[in-house]
Design a protein around this ligand. Structure first.
Ligand code: IMP
Length: 423
């Protein structure tokens, strides 16, 4: 069986957690392939809201196996707390949550390095979630990292000490005010490593290969969004992993010719958290209204998300880079009550009209050109089928499908599992 892929097409927070949870009943295995606790995948069901950080969003389905792939970076401290949060749900995670030995471990000093690096950047800071993501991936590509499999070795603490010492020297080099008590952080860290070690560590590429061979269905779950991709995102205001489709191959060991459907998730408007260019950002009461109705606050950091109109040029780019086969439009309900809606359909780039995403989308070079649509008044949150959609919403959807040349298979009309309309 092919491996299907689900990923975000914007700057993250598109609602991937909800959709993976909805789709899980169609799959035997859910596998996370990149990112780490910088992600906050929110799921809502039976009146409960739950945020997952490193654990795949299939965990609430008893029948599914959840794999944390080699491309993920794991902070044992956050992970142990995440497991604790699951205890109330009676989930047998020792059985249905398994971890790649090749996944890298976030150390306490990685978090400190993240803070020191950001503090040293001043106004140019990335707006990182400060979870140690960048420094951990730096150690991975620098071939210095500690992997989950290393934790099974008797001398791993020696390797840890050497790396932590090097990190402390680097923190000093930054010469910024970062207060910390490493001894205390280490007590928490070593305890959490013991919790992590109670789970099953596996050679996940072999596991997934055999699963595929025996006909099991697999869904790869992305984190962050395509515009935060280390190669194709708005560099340097990006995360440190490949959030796009290729990242699923390297982050799970799945061959490119084994990828089936690529589900691309986008919001009916756009949001961004952290720094970096955002051509369609709104700085007026319209943006404030979107943020308020859409409850646009970061699931991990609680920061306000920046809001703006849908950017079709950026969305087309993300569909191209990922090879999206089916689209899912989230938070359509948030746009109810706006008199008119805008979609960016071209850019004015240095005085010229262009319809592709150029190297630099900084505001001094680029202004969005909009197509305007009539809004709808109807509340969508109670709707259960497409036939109930107002004409204006159908027009909006039809326009996007025509421009993107990809069907919109799902329209989400609220945070709950049940508020999901398949077309
Ligand atoms: P980092 O990955 O924590 O270093 O953050 C780098 C950039 O990506 C910052 O602008 C973050 O706000 C953003 N970012 C990281 N993870 C997420 C996410 O899950 N959703 C939205 N933005 C994210």
């Amino acid at each position: 069986m092919a491996v299907d892929l689900l990923l975000g097409l914007q700057w993250g927070d598109e609602g991937k957690g909800k959709i993976v949870d909805v789709l899980t009943s169609n799959y035997n295995i859910i596998a996370r392939f990149q990112g780490g606790p910088n992600a906050g995948h929110t799921l809502e069901f039976d009146g409960i809201k739950h945020v997952l950080r490193t654990i795949p969003s299939g965990i609430f389905h008893k029948e599914s196996v959840n794999v944390i792939g080699n491309g993920v970076v794991i902070d044992p401290v956050v992970f142990a707390k995440e497991l604790e949060g699951l205890d109330q749900f009676n989930i047998d995670y020792k059985k249905n949550l398994i971890i790649s030995r090749k996944a890298h471990v976030i150390l306490p000093t990685h978090r400190l390095l993240d803070a020191a690096s950001e503090a040293s950047k001043g106004k140019a800071k990335i707006g990182s979630t400060l979870k140690g993501i960048g420094p951990t991936y730096m150690d991975k590509t620098g071939r210095n990292g500690i992997r989950v499999g290393d934790l099974e070795l008797s001398d791993w603490k020696e390797k840890y000490r050497a790396l932590a010492n090097k990190h402390e020297a680097l923190i000093e080099f930054y010469n910024v005010d970062v207060q910390y008590n490493l001894k205390e952080m280490e007590v928490e860290f070593f305890e959490a490593v013991e919790v992590l070690k109670t789970l099953q560590f596996i050679d996940s590429e072999e596991y997934l290969f055999q699963a595929q061979k025996s006909g099991k269905t697999i869904l790869a779950e992305g984190a962050q969004g395509s515009l935060l991709d280390i190669d194709f995102g708005t560099y340097p205001f990006v995360t440190s992993s490949n959030t796009t489709a290729a990242g699923a191959c390297t982050g799970l060991g799945v061959a490119p010719n084994q990828i089936g459907e690529v589900y691309g998730i986008f919001k009916a408007y756009t949001t961004r958290v952290g720094s970096g260019p955002f051509p369609t950002e709104l700085f007026d009461e319209v943006g404030e209204k979107m943020a308020k109705i859409g409850n646009e606050f970061g699931a991990v950091t609680g920061r306000n998300r920046r809001c703006g109109w849908l950017d079709l040029i950026a969305l087309k780019y993300a569909c191209q880079v990922n090879g999206v086969t089916k689209l899912m439009m989230m938070k359509g309900d948030v746009l109810s009550g706006f008199k008119s809606l805008k979609v960016c359909t071209a850019y004015n780039y240095k005085g010229e009209t262009i319809t592709h995403l150029p190297y630099s989308i900084e505001p001094e070079n680029l202004k969005p050109i909009y197509t305007e649509f009539k809004g709808w008044k109807e509340d969508l949150t109670k709707m259960t089928e497409e036939a109930q959609f107002p004409k204006e919403l159908n027009d909006y959807i039809a326009f996007l499908e025509k421009e993107l040349e990809i069907p919109i298979q799902v329209v989400s009309v609220g945070p709950d599992r049940k508020q999901t309309i398949f077309r």
